[in-house]
Design a protein around this ligand. Structure first.
Ligand SMILES: NC(=O)c1ccc[n+]([C@@H]2O[C@H](COP(=O)([O-])OP(=O)(O)OC[C@H]3O[C@@H](n4cnc5c(N)ncnc54)[C@H](OP(=O)(O)O)[C@@H]3O)[C@@H](O)[C@H]2O)c1
Length: 265
């Protein structure tokens, strides 16, 4: 049985991966969709042509991770593609966000992603694909988004190293690094702080991110960056000292606050 596994499929980018892959990959038997909200996954399943198996799991719970591992061991599917999309971020001053919320980002964005990847590789064959949702936040430390940006730097670094390791097995890994994407992500992210208005001007749709990511994966590219502004940001982060860029971002934030007379952080 050939399967695709998508985490975070109930919303945003993960849901879009399911929709686009449903139209593209015909040699897959079943889509395994993972997230906590079962109803959303069921609603998505109704719209897909491929058969779907739903896993309403909390990826930060060891018990759910072990239960999933046991299913893999019992059923031994061929994992043609793993898309690790589940993730969240919280803006705001580090010490104003609770420890649970801060470490939750590490548990989901880093630990669960590593666990899912580790569990799935034994079931992959040559030409299988892994797509890891990093972010343009991976390119540079970010004040007031410190843990999230660090977690995504982890994902980018991990994915690039893994891509090198798995080359011998002909398993291809792509780190997907979009800038702001128009999804429910910001509903949660802006609970304690807000993003720079200028950054939001670069916002793209999930459909664009996913079609770019699938193209990059097909071409065996290790990093995928959507849109010219984020490509320039990547270049800038490779050229300019990060201290200067951090100071620049802080100055921009101050300016925006003065201009609007508001701002939560
Ligand atoms: N939107 C952006 O601007 C942006 C930019 C760069 C990178 N990204 C990254 O892209 C990925 C997808 O984000 P998105 O924009 O699609 O956000 P989203 O619409 O909020 O989707 C997040 C997904 O993660 C799932 N999830 C959250 N906590 C979970 C848990 N404990 N266990 C299992 N699943 C969980 C959610 O499902 P349930 O709530 O049903 O569990 C949901 O399906 C994330 O890794 C994010 O960091 C987003």
């Amino acid at each position: 049985m050939n399967i695709i596994i998508i985490t975070g499929a109930s919303s945003g980018i993960g849901r879009e991966f399911a929709r686009q892959l449903d139209k593209r990959l015909y040699s897959v038997d079943v889509f395994w969709l993972i997230s906590r909200r079962k109803k959303e996954l069921e609603a998505l399943a109704q719209t897909l042509e491929h058969p779907v198996r739903i896993f309403d799991m909390d990826l930060t719970l060891e018990s759910d991770i072990f239960a999933f591992k046991a299913i893999l061991e019992k059923e031994c599917p061929v994992v043609r593609m793993l898309v690790n999309c589940a993730g969240y971020g919280l803006m705001g001053a580090f010490d104003r966000v609770s420890m649970g919320e801060q470490s939750g980002q590490i548990d989901l964005n880093c630990k669960a992603l590593v666990q899912m990847t580790h569990m799935c590789i034994p079931y992959m064959k040559p030409n299988s694909r892994i797509l890891q949702l990093a972010s343009s936040a991976a390119f540079l430390p970010q004040a007031d988004f410190a843990v999230y940006a660090a977690s995504k730097s982890f994902v980018l670094s991990f994915s690039r190293a893994l891509a090198q390791e798995l080359k011998e097995k002909s398993i291809y890994v792509t780190a997907v690094c979009p800038g702001p994407v128009n999804t429910a992500f910001f509903e949660r992210a802006e609970k304690f702080g807000s993003t720079l208005a200028v950054k939001k001007l670069t916002m793209v749709e999930a459909s664009e991110v996913v079609s770019d990511a699938l193209k990059a994966s097909a071409q065996r590219r290790r990093v995928c960056i959507t849109g010219i502004p984020m490509k320039l940001f990547y270049l800038a982060a490779g050229i300019f000292p990060h201290e200067i860029m951090l100071q620049g971002a802080a100055a921009l934030k101050k300016l925006e606050k003065i201009k609007t007379g508001k701002g939560k952080t």
